[in-house]
Design a protein around this ligand. Structure first.
Ligand SMILES: Nc1ncnc2c1ncn2[C@@H]1O[C@H](COP(=O)(O)OS(=O)(=O)O)[C@@H](OP(=O)(O)O)[C@H]1O
Ligand SMILES: Nc1ncnc2c1ncn2[C@@H]1O[C@H](COP(=O)(O)OP(=O)(O)O)[C@@H](O)[C@H]1O
Length: 565
């Protein structure tokens, strides 16, 4: 610290009646100055814990009432002075490079997580390396904050003289940034954890200023008694629905069916026109149910065609205390920002049973369920599964892709399941340990069976290294329900010596596995149990892709699988 400043600080402190302890450390930049209020003005004090490596005094230190508390001495505004650490905790500043917004969010919301991590980082830093600088005032390091990215980098200490006016100005500015950063952290953190649309909805509720979170983290309208208001409103909605239904039945008696159908159709057409004009115009609140901590309010518009089903439904999260208007307003804002996020799946309409009674003149007849052979006949093809197995790089995907194309060209519905559409989607939660692979294959077998059951040729190309898993898949296909014929399951073993697969190594995975970079790699550090009696065996080092496809289609034809009986 420049001596001139130190002198000024000491002069200033003495003039203000403070006692001063100066702790010299090995490096000049570690000098620390601790200010203590005169005993008479001290109200709230605590024993400062000794920091490792610090020669600092353990004399009581005044606790500021808030982080903004100005020094309780009369300082002329243009006077230079140095800020004791306790007045400037500057929590936004210790942002460890490992921390990210999700960590902050997990540790608590509303800036709490961020404060907690901050405290932890200071504690860790002081324990493991050196005392955190007491001269970490905000002012000298303002350039260290990346305002746009809300990133606060570790501080570089720089001792500069500052005036109280500058400090106050800076605090105000910093507060704004910190608040913005906190909001961003919360929002982005939540985005990473919950569904984006929920985060957006919450963010908007929050930004509207009309809502706040209660002690349990629920959104409540500021001016409403949450549960009470909701219950009253809900009773009112229910009453309205009841009245409407009664009125409807009354009309039914009086006017007769045909007249009402006509009226309803007219009403629907009008509604449709209306809805087209304003997507946010809701008709009746239909149902509400409790789901964990929040409620889903389902609304629908009577915008279906011809008095049949309504075509749209809106489902929104409703928090206790929101009035109908509040909900509608949020939805309007929500729609405006994020139209595609609105759930538009159809549900049972309000007068579903009545409407059905009135409109059941269609010629659709329901059958409890189609049998497999009926489905095959209607789709003009038999469904079954072709199950490829083999080492990585043995050629499963290459041959399966060619086979799928060939079958499609021949006019058969075929669909390939492979890592691209399964391991990145349905099974993205699974790894490569034995249990995960078992589960991977179990799920794939179930999906393949569904495809086959829909009269499609399901083609799977997975290593499927365990015999038991493949056997389970086979049995699943053989399982019969009612009179359905079992689904054919054709196991295709793409056989290739490990050395050849390793030499091919199209993705460089074998090399990595040998270097120990990929654990439990099939053939290297995890087993591959070759099938003993596969329906088809292809030696892919001796068979071209075309011949492999031919070999498989010949088999299918011979078995009569490509045509119906
Ligand atoms: N440890 C380990 N062992 C084997 N394979 C690994 C591993 N880690 C990643 N990969 C890549 O994942 C592909 C194999 O996934 P599968 O779903 O077919 O595996 S399994 O059937 O569950 O065993 C496999 O793709 P293919 O080469 O197409 O078979 C590899 O690219
Ligand atoms: N006869 C063959 N059959 C299949 N693939 C072959 C053949 N000859 C060479 N290859 C090559 O071997 C590699 C096999 O990779 P891939 O089909 O992804 O295998 P897998 O899906 O079993 O991991 C590809 O690069 C492919 O071009």
């Amino acid at each position: 610290m420049p001596i001139s400043l130190l002198t000024r600080a000491i002069q200033y402190a003495r003039a203000s009646g403070m006692s001063i302890t100066l702790a010299d450390q090995t490096k000049p930049c570690h000098s620390q100055v601790h200010f203590a209020e005169p005993a008479s003005t001290q109200e709230d004090t605590y024993e400062r814990p000794e920091r490792a490596g610090s020669h600092a005094t353990s004399a009581p230190i005044p606790i500021p009432t808030s982080r903004h508390s100005p020094p309780e001495v009369d300082v002329p505004l243009d006077d230079e002075f140095l800020l004791p650490r306790d007045w400037v905790p500057a929590p936004a500043r210790v942002h460890h490079h490992k921390d990210n917004v999700t960590h902050y969010y997990r540790a608590g919301t509303g800036g709490k997580g961020w404060e907690a991590l901050h405290a932890q980082r200071i504690e860790e830093g002081e324990r493991t390396s050196r005392p955190i600088s007491i001269w970490r005032g905000p002012f000298p390091v303002v350039e260290e904050i990346d305002h746009d990215r809300f990133q606060v980098r570790p501080l570089k200490r720089k001792n500069v003289p500052i005036t109280p006016a500058q400090v106050l100005e800076h605090w105000a500015k910093e507060d704004e940034i910190a608040l913005k950063a906190m909001r961003m952290w919360d929002e982005v953190g939540r985005l990473g954890i919950e569904q984006a649309n929920e985060a957006e909805c919450e963010a908007r509720l929050w930004a509207s200023g009309l809502f706040e979170k209660d002690a349990e983290g629920m959104w409540v309208r500021r001016d409403l008694q949450a549960e009470e208001r909701l219950a009253v409103e809900w009773d009112e909605y229910k009453r309205l629905i009841r009245v409407e239904t009664e009125e409807f039945e009354e009309r039914l008696k009086e006017e007769g069916r045909r007249a009402i159908v006509k009226a309803l159709e007219e009403e629907d057409r009008a509604r449709e026109r209306e809805v087209k004009e304003s997507q946010d115009d809701f008709d009746v609140m239909e149902e509400m149910f409790l789901e964990k901590e929040h409620r889903w309010l389902t609304k629908r518009t009577r915008c279906g065609k011809g008095g049949k089903r309504p075509s749209k439904q809106w489902r929104v999260r409703v928090y206790p205390g929101e009035s109908k208007e509040g909900v509608l307003r949020s939805i309007a804002a929500y729609n405006q920002f994020n139209k595609h996020n609105v759930d538009v799946s159809p549900t049972i309409p309000l007068h579903a049973s009545l409407r059905r009674k009135l409109t059941d003149n269609s010629n659709i007849t329901w059958h409890p369920s189609l049998s497999r052979s009926e489905r095959n006949t209607l789709r003009k093809q038999r469904g079954f599964t072709i199950w490829f197995t083999g080492l990585s790089a043995s050629g499963k995907s290459t041959i399966a892709t060619a086979l799928e194309q060939h079958l499609l060209h021949l006019g058969h519905a075929a669909y390939r399941l492979d890592g691209d559409n399964v391991r990145f989607g349905l099974n993205k939660d699974l790894g490569f340990d034995e249990k995960s692979r078992n589960e991977n294959i179990r799920r794939i077998a179930e999906v393949a069976k569904l495809f086959a059951d829909s009269s499609t040729i399901a083609i799977t190309s997975f290593i499927s290294p365990y015999k038991a898993d493949r056997q389970q898949a086979r049995e699943l296909h053989a399982k019969q329900q009612s009179d359905d014929e079992p689904l054919a399951f054709i196991e295709v073993f793409v056989d290739l010596p490990l050395e050849v697969a390793e030499a091919r190594d199209p993705k460089g995975l074998y090399k990595k596995a040998r270097e120990g970079k990929i654990p439990e790699f099939t053939g290297i550090s995890a087993p591959y149990e070759a099938p003993e009696n596969p329906e088809i065996k292809i030696q892919s080092d001796k068979t071209s892709v075309e011949d492999a496809v031919r070999q498989i289609t010949d088999y299918l034809e011979k078995q009569g699988l490509l045509k119906l009986n």
